[in-house]
Design a binder for this molecule. Structure first.
Ligand SMILES: Nc1ncnc2c1ncn2[C@@H]1O[C@H](COP(=O)(O)OP(=O)(O)OP(=O)(O)O)[C@@H](O)[C@H]1O
Ligand SMILES: [Zn+2]
Length: 638
């Protein structure tokens, strides 16, 4: 362990590494790498928490787990694996949800540092609030394909996780993809998964056996297809009839859900070939046309697969047959689960946005996390600038860039500034107290157990024994009037905010419509601007404001959907759209010469001096660096 070897770190840091208690939240892709790095660095007082168990699809990049670990708690197995590197480390593993009230202030206060290796905004926001409340430094991280970032968060020193609005990430749990799809995207992800099972790198079959377990002795889908010579009609029967019958036997899956597969009509197994070549990509195929498309594409893909090196195809949206496979399979699955079909055009754009999760990106981000951790232990907060991992090398050939300086807290932030006041605009005669709790306080403001009081009157209570039940009332029935203010707080998160509510007429079809603003002037300004803009003066800037463009879709990986990445690493699918760009600070590339692993033992090294004659060149480089960071931030992961 590095910290036990004299001379690697100075003695003071050596001790800090050994003695500082660190909490790692999440033992998935990044978390496993971080835990391994922490232990190898010499950290000896660790706690790790994860709420999940290990899936087969995690094994390609979560190297602390193996086949025998499937079904076991991630945190416990991660602990057992790293103890093999160093049995003298004190690790406590928790199999639980970090948002659970048992992990309150007393729990967080034990730690010198918290590291987030999570995959969802809600848990990230929650840990952000806990760390702000306990004044504990937090390292926040994320990856998306080849991109990623590490952010340093400390109350009063840096931006917090919620200083800038983040787009809503959507996650797709594995069981949804496998058993209970509700949206076309679930079926599209599943179709890509099926492609990989049949033709991709994986020979792992993770579909369920009759007991609803991952079958190890069962014939894999790949082997089944080989034995049946990839006969399109037999494959069609197996995937869209026989497998669905197996699913239907698993009553418990559908007992409480308003969703159940319905078997297609058996007569479709023998239908005549239905012509689809004249259907435009923007037009919808019929069920029969989708079936014919499936039958037609399997054999050409199989022939390509046979010719391929190592018998491994990588799905490519620009390959017509591969695209037809995903179009037909996703629509056929949609038919079974009563989900609307999508056109070839739509499916291409959705499937093309599913990008792989890459082990090497996780490893690089985990390395940066530990370097930040060392800086934090030394109190060198000013050196913990946000770091971005780019998908393309920049002009210097580097893929890691960092902000020039720490981003200061946003004084308007509801979470970390003292302001703590927001404006909430809705149709108070229709919006209910339940919607206030679910959509505004929990979903939008990320509270876990909110309480609402207005003039000492309790409207919402997190304590059921209080007997407050106004959920079905509209806000106006609950006594709220235009311009009234009320307090919303979450004791557990030590987070409170004053909400000033304004009434507005129902604006459209959508009766759940509401807005959250920093102050009422924002609404006035927006309204004035809207009024000024004539419809036909719709300039490009207006289009850029469309929030939907900024949504990041992060998919739970379709089980076992492995393909090869360029680095030879195994990857899983994640879906990404464009992300909004944050601030525009000049950034620096992180090169070996700039990294401070050496500086850590040699203590301070001043920033580079810039000579006069270099100024012009530096300005040019700064411009290039701005471009770099803007590129990197475009792919920032929430
Ligand atoms: N509220 C939470 N409390 C504790 N752990 C959480 C919480 N929310 C998410 N996690 C954990 O954070 C980890 C994030 O890791 P990662 O992004 O690699 O996801 P994954 O589920 O392992 O992989 P994938 O989603 O790609 O299959 C997961 O192991 C997940 O269980
Ligand atoms: Zn903030």
């Amino acid at each position: 362990m590095a910290a036990t070897i004299a001379g690697v770190f100075n003695p003071e840091l050596q001790n800090l590494i050994k003695e500082s208690k660190v909490l790692l939240v999440g033992a998935g892709g990044i978390g496993c790498e971080v835990l391994k790095n922490l232990v190898l660095t010499g950290f000896s007082e660790l706690e790790v928490i994860d709420l999940d168990t290990i899936e087969v699809s995690n094994l390609n990049r979560q190297f602390l787990f193996n086949k025998e670990s499937v079904g076991k708690a991630k945190s416990h197995v991660a602990k057992t694996s790293v103890l093999k590197f160093n049995p003298n480390v004190n690790i406590m593993s928790h199999f639980g949800d970090i948002m659970d009230t048992k992990y309150g202030v007393a729990f967080f206060n034990k730690f010198k540092l918290v590291i987030n290796a999570l995959d969802n905004k809600k848990a990230r926001s929650h840990v952000n609030r806990m760390c702000l409340s306990c004044q504990i430094p937090l390292i926040e991280s994320g990856t998306m394909g080849y991109n990623g970032q590490v952010e340093f968060i400390k109350k009063g020193v840096s931006m917090c996780y919620e200083c800038n609005p983040r787009s809503e990430p959507r996650t797709y749990p594995m069981c949804t993809i496998r058993n209970t799809p509700k949206e076309p995207i679930h079926c599209i992800i599943w179709a890509k998964f099926l492609f990989n099972q049949l033709f991709g790198e994986t020979d792992e079959d993770v579909s369920m056996d009759e007991d609803g377990k991952i079958g190890s002795e069962k014939l894999s889908a790949r082997n089944w297809a080989i034995q049946n010579n990839y006969d399109p009609k037999k494959l069609f029967k197996k995937v869209f009839f026989d497998d669905i019958k197996v699913l239907l036997n698993l009553e418990h899956l559908y007992a409480e859900k308003n969703i159940k597969p319905v078997l297609l009509d058996e007569s479709l197994l023998d239908q005549e070939h239905t012509k689809y070549s004249d259907v435009l990509d923007s037009e919808m195929l019929t069920l029969e046309q989708n079936i014919s498309m499936f039958w037609d594409c399997v054999t050409p893909i199989k022939e390509k697969w046979e010719r391929s090196a190592n018998k491994c195809l990588v799905w490519d949206k620009d390959d017509d047959m591969m695209m037809n496979f995903v179009v037909s399979c996703s629509n056929l699955r949609s038919a079974i689960f009563n989900i609307p079909f999508k056109t070839h055009f739509d499916i291409k754009s959705m499937a093309g946005n599913i990008i792989p999760a890459i082990a090497t990106a996780n490893a690089m981000i985990a390395g940066q996390i530990v370097i930040h951790a060392l800086r934090i232990l030394r109190g060198k907060f000013e050196k913990c600038q946000n770091v971005f991992l780019r998908s393309m090398p920049n002009h210097k050939g580097g893929v890691l860039v960092k902000d020039k300086c720490i981003q200061p807290p946003n004084p308007k932030c509801n979470v970390c500034s003292s302001k703590g006041e927001i404006v909430f605009v809705t149709d108070m005669h229709n919006f209910t107290v339940r919607q206030l709790e679910e959509l505004v306080l929990k979903k939008k403001l990320n509270m876990v157990a909110p309480d609402v009081t207005m003039l000492d009157r309790v409207i919402i209570s997190s304590d059921e024994t209080d007997g407050v039940d106004m959920y079905d009332m509209t806000l106006s029935e609950a006594g709220m009037t235009n311009g009234c203010s009320f307090d919303a707080e979450d004791d557990h998160q030590n987070f409170r905010v004053k909400i000033i509510a304004y009434d507005k007429e129902k604006s459209g079809e959508e009766d759940l419509d509401f807005e959250i603003l920093n102050n009422i002037n924002d609404l006035r300004t927006a309204n004035e601007q809207n009024n000024k803009t004539k419809p036909d003066e719709n300039d490009e800037d207006d289009d850029d404001d469309d929030e939907d463009d900024c949504v990041i879709e992060q998919a739970a990986s379709p089980a076992g959907s492995t393909v090869c990445d360029n680095n030879g690493g195994a990857v899983n699918y994640v879906m990404v759209d464009e992300e909004e760009i944050g601030h525009d600070e000049v950034t620096e590339e992180i090169g070996n010469e700039e990294e401070d692993t050496e500086k850590i033992s040699n203590e301070e090294v001043d920033a580079e001096e810039i000579s006069n004659e270099e100024k012009l060149a530096i300005k040019r480089k700064a411009d290039e660096a701005i471009e770099d960071i803007n590129d990197a931030k475009k792919s920032r992961v929430d």
